[in-house]
Design a protein. Structure first.
Ligand SMILES: *[C@@H]1O[C@H](CO)[C@@H](O)[C@H](O)[C@H]1NC(C)=O
Ligand SMILES: *[C@@H]1O[C@H](CO)[C@@H](O)[C@H](O)[C@H]1NC(C)=O
Length: 473
């Protein structure tokens, strides 16, 4: 089973050389408890659907002799599952134990004896001290989503009591000697298949894992599992691909995920570790797609700014510009020339971007005359946060270094443009970038999952999101 899934996964992503995950998800005991609460409601519903077939037979009861009996129309009126526990079984899965459960059932009885005497009525059966144990295995399916199954199950009924309505007292003997066991067996045999059903019913929910989460017209994130989940003493750990791809053609970046370990924490239900690999794969995708570029014109500079994008402003620093292109508006094209590099240090996420700024004068006939190209090495600090079920961010400028790439207007002092270009970054480029970053990037989610009590820490080489979850409908 494992081999076939693994082969299927490899077939889906043939270019992968490494199976280190980019994103890790840890389900803690607290998360498992929440899962148990949801699961018990399902199991209870299932057990209410138990159908006990009609029973009939003949028994010799003294002093009456041969009695023909039949029990019909048996139906469950109540199921109580007051006590249950889920335990992690390292290397295997989860063990579910339900104890002290009870089932009440109603039905009709009918007896015939001494050839001609008939009697009938109804009865209530209470089954108490019911114990159900089931082992749940958790695997990766062929699409890289988790799948669960009940691998073994046992149900035992410790005692049953019956109350006949309208019968003679000897009916109790008939019941306790002969019918009790048959009825208990019939019930016991019904329980495990229904528990297995309730466990399988989780799979449609698990199939909602967004293994390919669309982000925007450029990118999607792959969240399929790269290996089967692992079960330890205190958690179930999922290894997800966590890689941004260009929509459509999936091209691998020239780097691969490095192993990382989630800091051991237990207070939240779920911990999601997003590695530097994941964010750097985003930088790779957006840079390759040419999405990290911006053409800046004067109308994008706030009205209040005394600095305008025209040859008069730039001419104050580079007189040749004012002389050769008098009275013209200008345009700046800012773009990255390499994949930006994102680094995570404790409480510090930094993005290093190397790009160019090309300045043009806009001729009256709209032709662009190039003035110069500057190389720009920028460092920004990023603040990341969780918004809904998305990861969002905002950046601020740390520093910017300019060097001359090409000049079409003769020599000039690049340093004299520092202030203008810092202003352009701060009031135009970074706010635009932050609008994009605030839209957020989908986290791995199941169905209509809500995140509550969420916090995010930036640690060395990854960020750690601790959160509780709520499922609504
Ligand atoms: C964050 O890290 C970068 C380098 O990775 C460093 O230049 C910067 O000073 C750090 N910032 C803080 C606030 O520690
Ligand atoms: C636009 O104007 C410039 C400067 O006057 C001139 O050099 C260029 O040939 C013109 N281009 C077109 C397409 O008219």
């Amino acid at each position: 089973m494992f081999l076939c899934c693994w082969l299927a996964l490899v077939a889906l992503i043939p270019t992968t050389v490494s199976i280190n995950p980019g994103v890790k998800v840890k389900l803690t005991e607290k998360g498992l408890e929440y899962g148990r609460d949801l699961g018990m409601a399902t199991i209870q519903q299932k057990l209410k659907t138990i159908k006990v077939p009609d029973m009939s037979g003949e028994q010799r009861v003294s002093p009456i002799g041969k009695v023909h009996y039949s029990l019909t129309n048996m139906h469950i009126v109540n199921v109580g599952l007051p006590k249950s526990a889920v335990d992690l079984v390292p290397g295997t899965g989860v063990r579910l134990s339900i104890t002290n459960a009870f089932i009440s059932l109603q039905g009709n009885w009918r007896v015939k004896y001494l050839r001609i005497i008939k009697d009938s009525g109804s009865f209530d059966l209470n089954v108490n001290g019911l114990t159900i144990t089931s082992s749940i295995a958790i695997k990766s399916d062929e699409t890289g989503r988790p799948a669960v199954s009940s691998v073994n199950c046992a149900a035992t009924v410790s005692k049953a009591s019956i109350k006949f309505h309208g019968g003679a007292s000897w009916l109790y003997n008939l019941f306790s000697k002969f019918i009790d066991k048959a009825l208990r067996n019939a019930l016991q045999n019904k329980i495990c298949p229904l528990v297995a059903d309730a466990i399988s019913d989780l799979n449609p929910h698990l199939k909602t894992l967004n293994v390919l989460a669309k982000v925007d017209p450029y990118a999607e994130i792959e969240y399929s599992m790269v290996s089967s989940p692992t079960v330890s003493k205190s958690s179930i750990d999922f290894s997800l691909k966590g890689e941004f791809y260009n929509i459509g053609k999936h091209q691998e970046p020239p780097f691969s995920p490095k192993p990382f370990t989630l800091a051991p924490q237990i207070n939240n239900m779920l911990y999601i570790g997003v590695s530097a690999f994941t964010t750097n794969s985003a930088a790779f995708v957006y840079n390759k797609a040419g999405a990290l570029s911006l053409a800046i014109t004067d109308d994008m500079i706030p009205q209040s700014s005394p600095i305008r994008l025209n040859t008069r402003t730039f001419g104050a620093f580079i007189p040749q510009i004012a002389k050769r292109f008098p009275g013209l508006m200008m345009k700046l094209l800012v773009k990255t020339v390499k994949d930006p590099i994102i680094t995570f240090e404790t409480n510090n996420m930094t993005v290093q971007a190397i790009g160019t700024v090309t300045a043009y004068a806009i001729q009256p006939n709209a032709t662009l005359s190039p003035l110069f190209v500057l190389n720009m090495d920028t460092s920004v600090s990023a603040r990341v946060y969780v918004s809904g079920v998305k990861l969002a961010g905002a950046v601020t400028l740390n520093k910017m270094d300019l060097t001359l790439g090409t000049s079409y207007v003769g020599d000039f002092q690049v340093g004299s443009l520092d202030n203008i270009l810092q202003m352009v970054l701060k009031v135009v480029v970074i706010p635009k970038l932050n609008v994009q970053l605030a839209k957020g990037y989908p986290l791995p989610t199941l169905g209509k999952m809500k995140l509550v009590n969420t916090q995010l820490q930036v640690l060395k080489d990854y960020m750690l999101i601790g959160t509780d979850v709520q499922f609504t409908g």
